[in-house]
Design a protein around this ligand. Structure first.
Ligand code: DHB
Length: 391
């Protein structure tokens, strides 16, 4: 009798343990359709975001609230028609629970109507035009916005001897946002901005624009180009002797991108930028993140895109947990609203009204430390909301 009870107890425990396992196995996988530019001009964005998403999974497990996480990565080569087609396939064929990624603004805007129609969350991890979150109530953003980071630099510049600026931006959403918000604030602060130059997004040739800037001879040139294009600007800035002509370079942190900064050389030294993330951000959480990212990726330094991907995965995991593994569509979006956590970039909040990210913006200067270039933070503006939303 005693033996039988024991047996039964053992069987029961085994069943319980097994039953748990069974429930895990039976729960449908939680599918994340991650669309990124893995090739072409924006390939570094794809590489960074994917590596960060995989790091998140390696550190936090591939099961959340009983659901096995399935990450489906698709390469849209940064062409918005392709992004739309891939999103459609992921929704219809793979029946993904969440769409994510979006390397550039046109991709995010191409997918927004599909997210609305399919009532599926779209976590924008990279693209940064202010208006994106207004394109669908199913969009939540983990990256940043250009207005958010540009205003800080327009406050810094006139206090630091810069009275005239020419702006040079990529001619599309984020560039136009950067130009507008930098100019408005700089002029409000008494600065003069006589010329706003725009270069094409695809295969830009900066030379004729830089020549024009040289002729105009402002105190500084303000630049926004997307991640991956900064090194070319920096190289041509030096080749045209702009620095020797006494023109300073100031920019959003997209230009002194941590993915490329190591290769830019000493021409980048002293460049002041404003942004939400630097790999040199001096917090324990960031040191841990950078170390783990580099270890998993042959020493590659994470950039701001990586942080958008990493934090985007956190938003998704927390939303799945909060909804007990059963949440879909709107319930997942609602569970992302108001999330607050410490990111490698610093404290982050997802504004429940706008579904956009509220975060610190840092002023940084490129400095050499232990033979390497870094964006060293020297000032911070805390808890910045996207100024684009109040208009
Ligand atoms: C966008 C892309 C970038 O690479 C970047 O650095 C900022 C914004 C965009 O297309 O939204």
């Amino acid at each position: 009798m005693h033996k039988r009870t024991l047996l039964r107890a053992t069987a029961c425990a085994a069943l319980l343990a097994g039953g748990g396992g069974l429930a895990f196995a039976q729960g449908a996988p939680f599918k994340i359709g991650l669309i990124l530019p893995m090739t072409g001009q924006q390939a570094t964005t794809g590489r960074q975001v994917e590596a960060a998403a995989r790091l998140w999974i390696a550190q936090n497990g591939d099961t959340v609230a009983g659901r096995k996480v399935e990450l489906i990565v698709k390469d849209d080569t940064s062409l918005p028609d392709m992004t739309r087609r891939l999103a459609q396939e992921l929704l219809v064929n793979d029946k993904v629970d969440v769409l994510a990624g979006m390397g550039i603004t046109p991709s995010a805007l191409a997918v927004a109507p599909l997210a609305t129609q399919a009532r599926t969350p779209l976590v924008v991890m990279a693209a940064a035009t202010s208006s994106i979150t207004q394109a669908s109530p199913f969009i939540v953003r983990s990256s940043f916005t250009l207005p958010q980071v540009s205003v800080a630099l327009a406050d810094w510049a006139p206090k630091n001897g810069i009275k005239t600026v020419v702006s040079l931006v990529s001619d599309y959403g984020p560039g136009i946002d950067a130009e507008k918000y930098f100019k408005e604030r700089f002029v409000l602060n008494g600065g003069k901005l006589p010329e706003s130059l725009r270069v094409p997004l695809r295969n830009p040739d900066f030379a004729p624009f830089l020549q024009k800037v040289r002729d105009l001879k402002p105190d500084a040139l303000f630049v926004f180009v997307p991640s991956g294009a900064g090194a070319a600007v920096m190289k041509q800035f030096a080749e045209r002797g702009m620095d020797k002509a006494g023109i300073r370079l100031i920019a959003t942190g997209d230009v002194t991108d941590d993915d490329q900064l190591g290769e830019m050389g000493d021409v980048a030294l002293g460049v002041v930028t404003s942004h939400h993330y630097s790999a040199a951000h001096p917090s324990a959480a960031n040191r841990k993140f950078v170390e783990a990212f580099q270890k998993a990726n042959n020493g590659l330094r994470p950039n701001f895109m990586a942080v958008g991907g990493y934090d985007g995965m956190r938003l998704i995991y927390e939303a799945v947990k909060k909804t007990g593994g059963k949440g879909k569509g709107e319930a997942l979006v609602n569970a992302m609203k108001g999330q607050m956590f410490e990111s490698p970039r610093g404290p982050v909040l997802i504004d429940a009204q706008t579904r956009d990210v509220v975060q610190n913006v840092y002023l940084r200067k490129v400095e050499k430390k232990d033979g390497q270039l870094w964006n060293v933070e020297f000032d911070v503006i805390k808890d910045v909301k996207d100024p684009g939303k109040s208009k």
